[in-house]
Design a protein. Structure first.
Ligand SMILES: [Zn+2]
Length: 453
C-alpha cells in the first residue's frame, strides 16, 4: 500500500486526540463550560475527519478529503445530536454525567469501528498504537468524571447527594417542627398570610403588616448551614416556627401535579391553590399566565390591606402575572410591581434588596411586601444545588444577609411598636445537581419559617 505512512500518521493523531478528549470532555460537559464545550465539539469533529481521511486514504481513493468531509458531517449530525437528546430527554437535564457516559461510549464505539475498518484496509501491518490510545479512554473517562472540579463536585453529586444522605442531613437540623413525611403543602404560605391579616389586632397594635422573604431555589437542607442562618434564627428567637414544606402539588413520593419550578411555586403561594385545580400554572417549558389574581390584589379587594408590593428580578414573573398587573392598572389598585432587571449574575438581587429596603423605610410602607431573591437559584443552576458546594453556600450566605438587613429594617421602623408584623422566609422549590423541576426529594422539599407561633 503506497500511503501506509500517511494512514498510520492520521490514525495515530486521531487516536491521541481521542485520548485527550476522553479525559477533558466529561469535565467540560459536566461543568458546562460553554466555550470549552465548543472547542471539544470541534476537536471531536476533527478526530472524525482524520479517521475518515485515514480510511479513504487506505482505500486508495484519489481524493479522500471529500468523502471524509461527508463522513464528518454525518458524524457531527448523528453523534453530537444525540448528546443534547440524551441529556434533556432521558436524563431530564439534571444528570450530565449520565449523558457524558452515553456520549463517550458512543464515541468509543465509533473510534474502534473506524480503526477496525482502517486495519482491514491495511492488513496485518496496521500498528497497535492508535488502538491503545483509544482503549486508554476507558481509563481516562472515569478519572475525568471523578476529578471534575477541585471540590470533586461530580463525585459529590453522584455519590453524596443521594436521597439517603439528604434524609440524614435533614435529621441533623433541629429547627423543623415536622418531618419529611409530614411536610406541609406550599399553599400554607398563603394561609399563614391570610390568617394573619384576618386575625384581630393584638392589644396595642393598630396595623397588620406582612413581609415575605422568598429565597428562590433554596433547599430545605440548606438550614444545616447554621453559620449563615441568622435571619431564620431571628424569626425563631421571636417565638416563630420552622416547617418542612413541599412543592409540586403532592408530597414525596406521590406523583407531581405541577413541576418543582419557579412560576409554579410562587404562584401557589400567592393564590393558595395548586396549578391543576387553581392558578393553572403547571409547566415550566413555556411561561404560563396565571388564571387567578394573587393576594397582592385579592387581599386589597377583600378589605384586609390597603397596599401591597412585590420586589423581584426574574422577568418570567412579568409574563406569569401579566393579567394581574393589567388588572391592577385598569382598576387603580394600590399594588406596586417592582421589577429589578439584571438576571445575569443574580445581579437583580441588589435591586430587589434596595427597593424592598426603600419600601420598608417609608412611613406608610406596603401592608404586604413580598420579595424574591435569586441567589440560590442562580448559583444552583450555575454550580449546583448542594450545601457542600462553596458557591451554593455563598448564595445561602447572601440570602441570609439580605434577610437580616430587611428584618432589621422592619424592627427599626418608628411605628414598629404599633404594627403587628408577620415575617416569613420560604422558597419556591429545591434543586438537584444543576436543575429542578423534577420529582427528587431534593427538588420537592422547601421550607416555611415564620416569626409567629
Ligand atoms: Zn425558582
Amino acid at each position: 500500500m503506497k500511503n501506509e505512512k500517511k494512514v498510520r500518521a492520521l490514525s495515530l493523531t486521531a487516536s491521541v486526540l481521542a485520548l485527550a478528549m476522553g479525559c477533558v470532555y466529561p469535565t467540560v460537559f459536566i461543568k458546562w463550560i460553554v466555550p470549552l464545550y465548543a472547542v471539544c465539539a470541534a476537536v471531536l469533529a476533527v478526530i472524525a475527519f482524520l479517521l475518515f481521511d485515514a480510511l479513504f486514504t487506505a482505500k486508495e481513493k484519489d481524493k479522500p478529503v471529500k468523502p471524509a468531509v461527508v463522513g464528518t458531517v454525518v458524524y457531527v449530525a448523528v453523534l453530537m445530536g444525540i448528546t443534547p437528546l440524551v441529556n434533556n430527554v432521558i436524563f431530564g437535564a439534571v444528570a450530565p454525567w449520565g449523558s457524558v457516559l452515553v456520549n463517550t461510549a458512543l464515541n468509543l464505539i465509533f473510534w474502534l469501528v473506524m480503526l477496525r475498518l482502517i486495519r482491514k484496509q491495511t492488513g496485518e501491518r496496521f500498528v497497535w498504537k492508535p488502538l491503545l490510545c483509544v482503549l486508554l479512554v476507558v481509563i481516562g473517562l472515569p478519572v475525568s468524571i471523578l476529578t471534575t472540579a477541585p471540590n470533586m463536585k461530580a463525585t459529590g453529586f453522584i455519590v453524596l447527594d443521594t436521597v439517603e444522605n439528604y434524609k440524614e442531613r435533614m435529621d441533623t437540623i433541629d429547627i423543623y417542627e415536622n418531618t419529611l413525611e409530614t411536610a406541609v403543602p406550599q399553599t400554607q404560605v398563603y394561609d399563614m398570610v391570610m390568617d394573619h391579616l384576618k386575625a384581630p389586632l393584638p392589644e396595642g397594635k393598630t396595623e397588620k403588616k406582612v413581609l415575605v422573604l422568598g429565597w428562590d431555589g433554596c433547599r430545605a437542607d440548606a438550614m444545616a448551614m447554621k453559620e449563615h442562618r441568622q435571619a431564620v434564627d431571628a424569626l425563631l428567637a421571636d417565638g416563630g416556627k420552622a416547617y418542612i414544606a413541599y412543592c409540586g402539588g403532592a408530597n414525596y413520593p406521590a406523583a407531581l401535579t405541577q413541576e418543582t419550578a419557579t412560576m409554579e411555586g410562587w404562584t401557589t403561594m400567592f393564590t393558595g391553590t395548586w396549578g391543576v385545580d387553581g392558578h393553572g400554572v403547571t409547566g415550566f417549558d413555556d411561561v404560563r399566565v396565571s388564571k387567578m389574581n394573587g393576594f397582592f390584589t385579592t387581599a386589597i379587594e377583600d378589605g384586609l390591606i390597603d397596599s401591597s408590593a412585590f420586589c423581584f428580578s426574574w422577568s418570567g414573573h412579568l409574563k406569569t402575572y401579566e393579567d394581574e398587573i393589567a388588572y391592577d392598572e385598569a382598576n387603580n389598585m394600590n399594588v406596586a410591581w417592582l421589577f429589578s432587571d439584571g438576571e445575569e449574575g443574580g445581579g437583580g438581587d441588589e435591586g430587589t434588596f434596595e427597593k424592598a429596603l426603600a419600601e420598608l423605610q417609608k412611613d406608610d410602607c406596603p401592608d404586604l411586601l413580598f420579595t424574591i431573591f435569586e441567589y440560590c437559584d442562580y448559583y444552583g443552576h450555575t454550580y449546583g444545588f448542594w450545601n457542600d458546594d462553596p458557591e451554593y453556600e455563598e448564595a445561602f450566605r447572601l440570602s441570609n444577609l439580605t434577610g437580616v438587613n430587611l428584618i432589621d429594617a422592619v424592627k427599626a421602623r418608628p411605628t414598629y411598636d404599633t404594627e403587628d408584623w408577620l415575617i416569613l422566609i420560604s422558597s419556591d422549590h429545591g434543586g438537584y445537581v444543576r436543575g429542578h423541576g423534577g420529582d427528587t426529594l431534593m427538588e420537592r422539599m422547601m421550607f416555611i419559617v415564620t416569626n409567629k407561633d
